[in-house]
Design a protein around this ligand. Sequence first.
Ligand code: GDP
Ligand code: IMO
Ligand code: MG
Length: 458
Amino acid sequence: MANVIVIGAQWGDEGKGKITDLLSRSADVVVRYQGGVNAGHTVVVADQTFKLHLIPSGILYPNTHCMIGSGTVIDPKVLIEELDTLQNLGVKTDNLFISEAAHVTMPYHRLIDQASEERRGDHKIGTTGRGIGPTYADKSERTGIRMLDILDPDGLQKQLRWTVNYKNDILDKLYGLPSLDPDQVIQEYQGYADRLRPYVVDCSLKLYAAYQERRNILFEGAQGTLLDLDHGTYPYVTSSNPVAGGACVGTGVGPTMIDRVIGVAKAYTTRVGEGPFPTELKDEMGAALCERGAEFGTTTGRRRRCGWFDAVIGRYAVRINGLDCLAVTKLDILDSLAEIKVCVAYDIDGQLSKDFPTNARQFARCTPVYETLPGWQQSTIHCRTLEDLPSQALSYLKFLAEAVEVPIAIISLGAERDQTIIVEDPIHGPKRALLHANASNGCPPNSQMSKGLGSGDG
Ligand code: GDP
Ligand code: IMO
Ligand code: MG
């Protein structure tokens, strides 16, 4: 049995959906622990593409239980649309469970998110406009509405009448927006409650039972490390904790129940929304990566900003999440390049540093220090083993593994399930913490990875 957390090691959209789907094959339970419908996780199976916002990427396996944990925020309208879409595509959804403690996104959250972004002007965060920040703010302010609240018609009436009037004051006095009708909101959410009632349970209790039965639990992160509220590029972050530590808080399981943490990173970097991004390419190369990588947001359709791989944030993600290994995705997008750059350090006001500065002002002043590696200029989409990869692609991956100081266990070369090289079993293979003492570069000494990547350049 192994309980595994999958996190995004960059600014989101790393391909967590694909990797979670892949690992879900051997999972009994897949659980989302934070975020809401700001997330967009794509899973491609043969000619079908599934875009999941709240439902865990394990849903495509009929016997896998999927949970939406207490640390998430749930927009019931979007969740019901997602359920309908899956059901229409013939996907079984009766193995879905929703935490009764998860907070609910209300219409005023969406309105306040969008209005406050407009009010910020040049200082806007570039949110998805899905009401995520205001829903989490209400949770902290203790005026939030939880799933269990919407299931209690009388309680919901009282609670919502007060809250909608309170929010109407904010909508009107702060933003000059029209008021919401409390009765309409109550009626709308009672409808959602009727539809979602069968799915709502105490997820923490169910997860503990699964743990005691020695089931495999997979924790699916949304967003990414650099979007973490506490550890990301604040204030250009989301309002939850995508880092591995968030998995325990957001599901109600203890840290001793976690066996592995897997980070997902693209072979380059993307970011959607505002905020500093040292390796961003604002030239034709950035445009080419965007085009080849089809880098447009799954949730908002916005163009993603593109840049070279940043090993400084990679090392930071390894540290903050305690990563055991990395899954590197979208290697194929680099296939045609003659040269590829990797940021190995930052120049901050004339000082070189390999450490991510948590001071946002300092981070905004970082200039990347690059190493240039040769490209391979041939297609990798059909590669299925390390031996199939061009030697320059192997060298590139080895360079990344050494630069971020963690082994690469999975390489993805296309959106489909089989467009993957499993270098080292990320769940049952040797654990990094144990290997670290004997492996100066963090690569497992006996793994196929160190054999494969080591050959050719000693
Ligand atoms: P997530 O939010 O981390 O799950 O990532 P998204 O689904 O938002 O974005 C990743 C995009 O890249 C999706 O369209 C995936 O289908 C696609 N993708 C994932 N892995 C690969 C890969 O190795 N190669 C290519 N070409 N596309 C990939
Ligand atoms: P997945 O799970 C990429 C970004 C937004 C914005 C910031 C805050 O698909 O990787 P929010 O609406 O959360 O208040 O916006 O966070 N953002 C994401 N970027 N992938 C995501 O999710 C994101 N979810 C939020 O663009 O910059
Ligand atoms: Mg996404």
